[in-house]
Design a protein around this ligand. Structure first.
Ligand SMILES: Nc1ncnc2c1ncn2[C@@H]1O[C@H](COP(=O)(O)OP(=O)(O)OP(=O)(O)O)[C@@H](O)[C@H]1O
Ligand SMILES: [Mg+2]
Length: 163
């Protein structure tokens, strides 16, 4: 049996924490789909197309990593894609409560789907998209915390906001 994993999230923007989890997933499963949630936030910083473009560029040399978008219930998307594993990342105990609730709800909705949690490398365990956006907008350095392409796009955004 081949395992098709789905890593859902808003990825606004993709961080090196996400990249770490995706690379681990790509080693563990036959195939992993980075599934970007449409409408996760009312006012995302990056459009859906930009988020897709970034993730595709970052994983262009990983043949078993696919980038897709989804809307609505995750388990419906999983069923459509015939996927059997949900991948989620755990940074700290603070992630656990929400993640456990989601995993059990998804099991309730689709009993054959398993959620697998992975821990990132310690140096990425404090990164979230929200914090990256906050730090960058206040002038802090995010070098090494996000892919170079994301850093470039963040800088472009600031430059175009100034002109
Ligand atoms: N640095 C990280 N290390 C490990 N897992 C992570 C990291 N950042 C996010 N994740 C996990 O990735 C999945 C998708 O998360 P999500 O898209 O909410 O990213 P996020 O960085 O938490 O963004 P936001 O700050 O907008 O919530 C979740 O399972 C989340 O726990
Ligand atoms: Mg989050």
């Amino acid at each position: 049996m081949s395992t098709l994993a789905v890593y859902p999230g808003s990825f606004d923007p993709l961080t090196n924490g996400h990249v770490d989890i995706i690379e681990r997933g790509a080693r563990l499963f036959d195939r992993i789909i980075v599934a970007i949630l449409v409408n996760a936030e009312k006012s995302p910083m990056f459009t859906m197309d930009e988020r897709v473009e970034i993730a595709r560029a970052v994983f262009k040399d990983h043949p078993n990593v696919e980038v897709d978008t989804f809307d609505g219930l995750l388990v419906n998307y999983m069923q459509r894609r015939k996927a059997n594993v949900i991948v989620r990342g755990l940074r700290a105990v603070s992630d656990f409560e929400y993640e456990m609730q989601m995993a059990l709800m998804n099991r309730e909705l689709a009993s054959t789907v398993e959620t697998v949690f992975m821990m990132p490398a310690a140096q990425y365990s404090f990164i979230s998209s929200r914090l990256i956006k906050e730090v960058f907008s206040l002038g802090g350095k995010v070098h090494g915390l996000v892919p170079e392409l994301v850093e470039k796009k963040l800088k472009e955004r600031v430059r175009s906001a100034r002109t």
